[in-house]
Design a protein around this ligand. Structure first.
Ligand code: 1YM
Length: 635
C-alpha cells in the first residue's frame, strides 16, 4: 500500500488539473496535442545535447502504441530531493519542476528545462523512466496519470550514461489518433538540420520503417534539402554573426522558381509567424541588392528601387537565432512570432554586410540573381498597370466582363458569413446555383483544369481568365497585394467530383492559393467539400448518404434483406436538391479545412508533386496536407 502525505496529495491535485484541462497544458487533444507529448520529452533530450552532453536521440514508436525516447546525455540526476523523494520522481510528478532545477547552462534553451515531463506523465496510462548514470541503471515507473507504480530503484550496473523514457498516452483523452511516423520524422529531421552534431534515429516498430538523420553542414544542408528538386542558381550562401549576445546563422540559395521560402527559428524552435528577425533579414537583403544594383548601374538615376518581393523571388532561406532568455519576447496567439526588437537590427546589419560582401566578391552570381529580381520588377509593374486597367473596366479581362458571365453572387453583405464555392464543371455549377442559400452562398463554376501555378509568375496569372475570375470574385488582391481582410468571403470552398480528376483540380487550386493567396490558407479560410460517394435506401426508410467505402461496408454489414444502392460518380449525378443537402448545407455537410502546418514541407511537396504523376499526388492530398475535419464532421 502506498501512503499519501500532504505533499503527495498536492502533487496528485496538480496532475489532476492537467487531466481535467489537458488543452491548457498541451494546446489541444487532437493529433497535434498527442505529438506535443513527444516534443516535451524530446526537448529535454535536445536541451541536454545543446548543453554539450551526448549526441544521439533515438525514438521508437512501439507495437503497443507506446513510444520510447532516449538520449546519451548525463542521465537525469538520481539523488534524493529535499522533499524526501527521488529527483526523477519529482521531475515526473511535480508540475513545473523543471524551473526549479534551472541551471546556468540552460540560458539559451527553447523552453524551461524538464517542465513538461510531469504533464506527459499526467496524460499517460504508463510511464517508464530508465536512467544510466553514476555507474548504475536506475528505473522508476508510473501508472494512471502519475501514480508511482514502482519507486526509483537500481536495476543493474552500466558504464553508459543517458535517459530512456517510455510512455503510453491515455488514448481515452486523445480524439481517435495515434503517433505519426511522418510527423515525428519531419520534426526530428528539422532538429538534425539545426544541430549539426546531433544524430537522430527513428523507428516505427509497427510498420517496420526507420530513418536516421545527421547533417554536418547544418543550415546549408537544410537549404539544399528545401531546394532539392529545383534548378538552383548558385551554391548555398551561409554566414553568421554575434552581437549583443544574439547569435545569427543564415543560409540561403536562389533557384529558377518564382517562390519565396523563408524559415526561421529561435533557440531551435520554429517561429512559424516570423517576427523581428525575419523583418531584419528581408530589409538587409533588399538594401544590399539595391545598393549593388545602383553602384553597378543596373538601376539608373530616377528608376525605382527593387521591392522586397522582387529580391525574394526564387529565394529559399533558413534563419536561426540564439537569443538569451532575458531578451526573448514572443507575440501572437500561438507565440510563434519573435518580438525582440534587437533581433531586427542585428539580423539586418549582419545580413546586409554579408550579402554586400558576397555580391562584390561573386560578380557572376550577383548578375544572375539581379537579372531575375529586375525581371520580377518589370513583371510586377506591368501587372499593376494591367490591374489598374482591369479595375477601370478596360481591357479584355475586365472585372465586370469576367464575372458577369459566371459568378452567381451572394446577396448578403456580412462577408465573413459568405461562402464562395468553386465548382468543377458547368453542370454541377448549374445545380449548385439553382439550389443554394442565395444570401450567403456564391457559386463560381470552373471549366476543366486550372493552370498549374507551380511554375507560374504573377504575370502568367494576370493572363489567365479562370484564375482572374477567382481573384476578382474573392476581391482581396493577389500575391504581395493580397489581404484576407478584404475577402468577400469567410470561406472559400473547393467542390469537385470524388475522383482522380477532382483530386487533380483540388491540388491545382490549392497550389494556386498556396502560391498567390497564402494568408487565406494560414487564416483557415480554404475548405474542401466532401460529396458523398453513395446513397442507400433500406426498405422505406428514405435515403441515407454515405461518405466513404469504409462507411459503406460498416453500414451494409448487418442489413438483412434488400436495399437500393447508388454510387455517385460525380457531383453531376446528384439532383440539385441532393447536392445542396449533402454537400453544401451547413447543417449536414462535411468540410475539410486546408491547414498549413509545415510551410517548408508543403513547399517541397507541392514542388515535387506538381509533376506528371497522379498517384503520389493523390496520396499527398490524402496524407500530407493536414486536412482537419472541422468540428466533429458537421459544419
Ligand atoms: C529522453 C528524455 O530528459 N534527458 C535529460 C534530462 C535531464 C538531464 C539530462 C540533466 C540535467 C541536469 C543535470 C541539469 C534533466 N534534468 C532535470 C533536472 N531525456 C532527458 N538528460 N543532469 C542531468 O539540468 O543540471 C530535468 S530534465 F531537473 F534534474 F535538472
Amino acid at each position: 500500500m502506498t501512503k499519501y502525505d500532504a505533499s503527495s496529495i498536492k502533487i496528485l491535485e496538480g496532475l489532476e488539473a492537467v487531466r481535467k484541462r489537458p488543452g491548457m497544458y498541451i494546446g489541444s487533444t487532437d493529433k497535434r496535442g498527442l505529438h506535443h507529448l513527444v516534443w516535451e520529452i524530446v526537448d529535454n533530450a535536445i536541451d541536454e545535447i545543446i548543453n554539450g552532453y551526448g549526441d544521439t536521440i533515438k525514438i521508437s514508436i512501439n507495437k503497443d502504441e507506446s513510444i520510447t525516447i532516449s538520449d546519451n546525455g548525463r542521465g537525469v540526476p538520481i539523488g534524493m530531493h529535499a522533499s524526501g523523494r527521488s529527483t526523477p520522481e519529482v521531475i515526473y510528478t511535480v508540475l513545473h519542476a523543471g524551473g526549479k532545477f534551472e541551471s546556468e547552462g540552460y540560458k539559451v534553451s527553447g523552453g524551461l528545462h524538464g517542465v513538461g515531463a510531469s504533464v506527459v506523465n499526467a496524460l499517460s496510462k504508463k510511464m517508464d523512466v530508465t536512467i544510466y548514470n553514476e555507474g548504475k541503471i536506475s528505473n522508476i515507473r508510473f501508472k494512471d496519470g502519475g501514480l508511482v507504480e514502482s519507486p526509483l530503484k537500481t536495476i543493474g550496473e552500466s558504464k553508459k550514461t543517458g535517459t530512456t523514457v517510455t510512455f503510453l498516452p491515455n488514448y481515452d483523452m486523445f480524439k481517435n489518433c495515434s503517433f505519426s511516423y511522418t510527423t515525428i520524422v519531419e520534426r526530428m529531421q528539422e532538429s538534425a538540420f539545426l544541430l549539426p552534431n546531433l544524430t537522430v534515429e527513428i523507428k516505427d516498430e509497427a510498420d517496420n520503417k526507420e530513418a536516421k538523420f545527421h547533417y554536418e553542414n547544418g543550415l546549408c544542408s537544410f537549404v539544399e534539402y528545401i531546394n532539392e528538386n529545383k534548378k538552383v542558381l548558385h551554391k548555398v550562401i551561409a554566414f553568421s554573426g554575434l552581437k549583443n549576445e544574439i547569435e545569427v546563422n543564415i543560409a540561403l540559395q536562389y533557384s529558377e522558381s518564382y517562390n519565396e521560402n523563408i524559415l526561421s527559428f529561435v533557440n531551435n524552435v520554429k517561429t512559424g509567424d516570423g517576427g523581428s528577425h525575419e523583418v531584419g533579414f528581408k530589409t538587409g537583403i533588399t538594401k544590399a541588392f539595391n545598393d549593388y544594383a545602383k553602384n553597378n548601374n543596373l538601376i539608373k538615376g530616377k528608376e525605382s528601387n527593387l521591392e522586397g518581393s522582387d529580391v525574394r523571388e526564387g529565394l529559399s532561406a533558413v534563419i536561426s537565432l540564439k537569443i538569451p532568455e532575458k531578451l526573448l519576447q514572443f507575440e501572437g496567439q500561438t507565440k510563434g512570432k519573435l518580438g525582440t526588437p534587437e533581433a531586427k537590427s542585428i539580423t539586418e546589419s549582419i545580413t546586409y554586410e554579408n550579402i554586400k560582401f558576397f555580391l562584390e566578391e561573386n560578380k557572376e552570381i550577383a548578375l544572375t540573381i539581379l537579372d531575375k529580381a529586375l525581371k520580377s520588377k518589370v513583371a510586377r509593374e506591368a501587372a499593376r498597370k494591367a490591374r489598374e486597367a482591369a479595375r477601370k473596366g478596360s481591357g479584355k479581362n475586365s472585372k465586370e466582363k469576367l464575372l458577369s458571365e459566371k459568378l452567381a453572387k451572394a446577396t448578403g453583405k456580412d462577408y465573413a458569413k459568405n461562402e464562395l464555392f468553386l465548382v468543377e464543371g458547368d453542370s454541377a455549377g448549374g445545380s449548385a446555383k439553382s439550389f443554394r442559400n442565395r444570401e450567403t452562398q456564391a457559386i463560381l463554376p470552373l471549366r476543366g483544369k486550372v493552370l498549374n501555378c507551380e511554375k507560374a509568375s504573377t504575370h502568367d496569372i494576370e493572363a489567365n481568365a479562370e484564375l482572374k475570375q477567382i481573384e476578382y470574385a474573392i476581391g482581396a488582391g493577389i500575391g504581395a497585394d493580397f489581404d484576407p481582410e478584404d475577402s468577400n468571403y469567410g470561406k472559400v470552398i473547393i467542390m469537385t467530383d470524388a475522383d482522380v480528376d477532382g483530386s487533380h483540380i483540388q491540388i491545382l487550386l490549392i497550389t494556386f492559393f498556396y502560391r498567390f493567396m497564402r494568408p487565406l490558407i494560414e487564416q483557415g479560410m480554404l475548405y474542401i467539400a466532401t460529396p458523398p460517394l453513395y446513397s442507400i435506401e433500406i426498405g422505406n426508410k428514405g435515403k441515407e448518404y454515405i461518405a466513404t467505402d469504409e462507411e459503406l461496408e460498416e453500414r451494409t454489414k448487418n442489413i438483412k434483406g434488400k436495399y437500393k444502392l447508388q454510387r455517385f460518380k460525380g457531383l453531376g449525378e446528384m439532383n440539385a436538391d441532393e447536392l445542396y443537402e449533402t454537400t453544401m448545407d451547413p447543417e449536414n455537410r462535411r468540410l475539410l479545412r486546408v491547414n498549413l502546418t509545415d510551410a517548408a514541407l508543403a513547399e517541397k511537396r507541392i514542388h515535387l508533386l506538381m509533376g506528371d504523376q497522379v498517384e503520389p499526388r493523390k496520396e499527398w492530398i490524402n496524407e500530407n496536407v493536414d486536412f482537419t475535419l472541422e468540428d466533429d464532421f458537421r459544419k
